[in-house]
Design a protein around this ligand. Structure first.
Ligand code: RIB
Length: 306
């Protein structure tokens, strides 16, 4: 097994709107899409579509959404042994995308809120065979911290995407991650520092290195991605595309980065590919529906090696 994703799944309810309604107002939206989402599931699906073997540890509810989520994991070749049914509703995410392709997301965690450190313990024989553990923050923080400790104990590198932004995240608990991958606003919240310019981002990322992080990778949307470590700094410019829907682009980036990293060990090459993969995803509507398979990606970018 290549990658263990320990995290969330959601049902995405995406409304394409002209504008947000005012208080007390009802407005009509021109389009709607129902899809599988959740940051953990999205990252797992992106990596699996590119050819990685992925194990998903997550909790679904006891409703029809759960059946569909499990079918979707299976259809993408993801190991569902640890997709755990829970006496709760499945996680859902009402999402609003405006004509400039900006999104606003509400998450209702449902069963995801019950993913526990014991669930990791119960899956330890399989997780310990993986080459990378991938985490986000749509499940309880104690579970995220337990997964990081598990990675350290078993000598498995851990990638943490601190999304959605969580003011309660304790840096001392997550500093042992090999790869810490925030976007600008998450970086600003965690450090209390400005991120208006690339220099600002560099300084804020530097503060995380001082706090003990090894590799800080900041996704900057259309501006690209900045990777800083104690002996290296690489700024990869963004790929300019005609964006239709940016929902889930960060997850596409992490899924692709994780896939390429476990197969090559080359961080910079993995970042370049992930940058391209995420840019390709924003040209299509939806979250997972916008993630290319390996064949589609190679057809669009024939000079890449995935
Ligand atoms: O990152 C995008 C994801 O955030 C969506 O799929 C939604 O479910 C929320 O988790």
């Amino acid at each position: 097994m290549d990658i263990a994703v320990i995290g969330s799944n959601m049902v995405d309810l995406i409304s394409y709107i002209h504008r947000m309604p005012k208080e007390g107002e009802t407005i009509e939206a021109p389009d709607f899409k129902l899809g599988c989402g959740g940051k953990g599931a999205n990252q797992a699906v992106a990596a699996a579509r590119l050819g990685s073997e992925v194990l998903m540890l997550t909790r679904v509810g006891n409703d029809v959404f759960a059946d569909n989520t499990i079918k979707n994991f299976e259809a993408n070749g993801i190991d569902t042994k640890y997709v755990l049914r829970t006496d709760a509703t499945s996680g859902v995410a009402p999402i609003f995308v405006d004509p400039e392709s900006h999104n606003s997301i509400i998450i209702v965690k449902g069963a995801n809120a019950q993913l526990s450190p014991e669930d990791i313990e119960n899956a330890k024989d399989d997780i310990s065979k993986c080459k990378l553990i991938v985490l986000q923050l749509e499940v309880p923080l104690e579970t995220v911290y337990a997964a990081i400790r598990f990675g350290k104990e078993h000598n498995i590198p851990v990638l943490l995407n601190p999304a959605p932004a969580q003011p309660d995240l304790v840096l001392a608990e997550v500093k042992d991650c090999e790869y810490f991958v925030p976007n600008e606003s998450e970086l600003s919240l965690l450090t209390g520092m400005p991120v208006d310019t690339v220099d600002d981002v560099r300084n804020a990322a530097g503060a995380l290195l001082e706090a003990g992080m090894k590799n800080v990778i900041v996704t900057l949307g259309w501006r690209g991605v900045l990777w800083v470590s104690n002996d290296k700094e690489v700024l990869i410019p963004g790929t300019q595309v005609d964006a239709k829907d940016t929902t889930g682009a960060g997850d596409a980036f992490i899924g692709c980065f994780s896939h390429h990293l476990v197969h090559t060990g080359d961080v910079e090459a993995s970042l370049r590919m992930a940058n391209l993969y995420a840019a390709d995803s924003v040209t299509k509507l939806g979250t997972q529906t916008s993630y290319a398979t390996r064949d589609d990606f190679l057809a669009a970018f024939p000079d890449q090696e995935v």
